[in-house]
Design a protein around this ligand. Structure first.
Ligand code: ADP
Length: 247
């Protein structure tokens, strides 16, 4: 069986005159934790949008496992196993944390309203188990809108994990979180993803986080992949230092 989970081949898309994806090639293996770095405007978000169906490429292909997903709608892609956290607010702020996770479970099961999902004991049990895994069990009954930023980010991930993704796309998991909280947050995320066998791709500006948590780093520049490899190696590349890290 192949170890490849996601494969992007020659993706191209332009907005006006700007080539936001200019021949993107990238392969993710099952179980990897891969960071994307690159200057603002280099096309990192565009790539996540291409993988999740929010943008369709002019040319090129994306496969998830052996299925081509290039022109599928976002909902179809989500059903096939790509979930995204952070960029799109996913929490219902006036519901409790556990209710948010239960609603995500219900939407995965496709019976969102018809069967009063918040009354279902099996959804509650599954949601509490997930919250335990993300160290949020003590906040299960907290109103989501009142959570501090770091915990809200974990709650976002819990909701995304409730969809049972194969691949989780994270947009700057530690942005807006205090320096002291960053590492515990990442430790919790890693533990949960490894426990559930989830592969992750995360956009990150914080090089300390990249060096400590990514198995591999992919460097974006001007709509394409400029370099990739182990963080310690890639960070030594003078082109990366000049274009991305800014020294
Ligand atoms: P990054 O995430 O690396 O900051 P983006 O993928 O957001 O970069 O943007 C890449 C380029 O494409 C930028 O020049 C941006 O202005 C442009 N772009 C991205 N999305 C759109 C869009 N929906 N409409 C017009 N231009 C866009």
């Amino acid at each position: 069986m192949s170890d490849v989970l996601l494969k992007a081949e020659n993706l191209e898309v332009a907005f006006g005159g700007v080539k936001a994806a200019d021949g993107v090639n990238l392969t993710l293996n099952k179980g990897e934790f891969v960071a994307i770095i690159g200057p603002n405007g280099s096309g990192k978000t565009t790539f996540l949008n291409l993988c999740t169906g929010y943008i369709r490429p002019v040319s090129g292909h994306v496969w998830l496992g052996d299925k081509e997903i290039t022109r599928m709608a976002p909902r179809q892609i989500a059903r096939r196993g790509i979930a995204r956290a952070f960029q799109i607010p996913q929490l219902f702020t006036d519901h409790t944390v556990v209710e948010n996770v239960m609603l995500a479970i219900a939407s995965r099961e496709g019976i969102w309203q018809a069967l009063r999902p918040l009354d279902r004991r099996e959804y509650r049990a599954e949601a509490l188990e997930l919250l335990e895994l993300l160290n949020l069990r003590d906040h299960a009954e907290t109103i989501a809108g009142t959570l501090p930023e770091g915990l809200r980010k974990l709650a976002d991930v819990t909701v995304a994990m409730a969809l049972r993704p194969q691949l989780l796309l994270l947009d700057e998991p530690t942005s807006g979180v205090s320096a002291l909280e960053r590492f515990p947050l990442m430790d919790t995320l890693m533990k949960a993803m490894k426990a559930r066998g989830v592969t992750a791709l995360f956009v990150e500006h914080d090089m300390e986080i990249v060096e400590n948590y990514a198995d591999r780093v992919v460097v974006w520049n001007a709509g394409t992949v400029m370099a990739e490899g182990a963080p310690a190696e890639v960070m030594k590349d003078p082109r990366v230092l000049e274009n991305v890290v800014g020294v």
